[in-house]
Design a protein around this ligand. Structure first.
Ligand code: ZN
Length: 161
């Protein structure tokens, strides 16, 4: 188990466009394992390679805790509907903001064995796919927040919890 350092908003690596992953290697497999470890440790549901300082088109997602998804060179090929709700990011700790995303997403990518896959997601998974793919083009969700960025505790109050 290896936890990598998460890069935070303000680190210029988070604003760069990531490079396509061209070949599989033991190093890439190690990076994928480390990204899952880092994401679970931080209680996240997704993590993109630039968030651990690697400018590669690679993301890991697990919105349920038992459905790990690896997307290499992901491309969103279909979206529909919309959902508006709170979103956060491990690179912007303690904050949440309201973002509108598609409610359904189909993404084409390579899995960790370099097999071509198509994955469909709705609700939180659709949101996570969009959020993580944005990271690969140097975008953070804070650019899309409707209204103001809130502290996590404020957001809870608004939900009445
Ligand atoms: Zn993020």
């Amino acid at each position: 188990m290896a936890i990598r350092n998460i890069r935070y908003e303000g680190d210029e690596i988070l604003n760069k466009v990531c490079r396509e992953v061209k070949e599989n290697s033991p190093k890439l497999q190690q990076l994928i394992d480390d990204m899952f470890d880092t994401m679970y440790e931080a209680n996240g549901v997704g993590l993109a390679a630039p968030q651990v300082g690697m400018l590669k088109r690679l993301v890991v997602i697990d919105t349920t805790g038992d459905n790990p998804i690896v997307l290499i060179n992901p491309m969103i090929v279909e979206t529909s509907g919309s959902q508006t709700g709170n979103e956060g990011c491990l690179s912007v700790p303690g904050k949440v903001g309201i973002v509108t995303r598609p409610d359904y997403v189909k993404v084409r990518a390579l899995d960790r064995d370099f097999n071509e896959v198509e994955i469909e997601g709705t609700e939180l998974l659709a949101r996570a796919i969009c959020h993580e793919c944005d990271h690969l083009d140097g975008h953070l969700y804070v650019e899309k927040v409707e209204g103001k960025l809130m502290d996590e505790s404020e957001a809870y109050e608004e939900e009445g919890n």
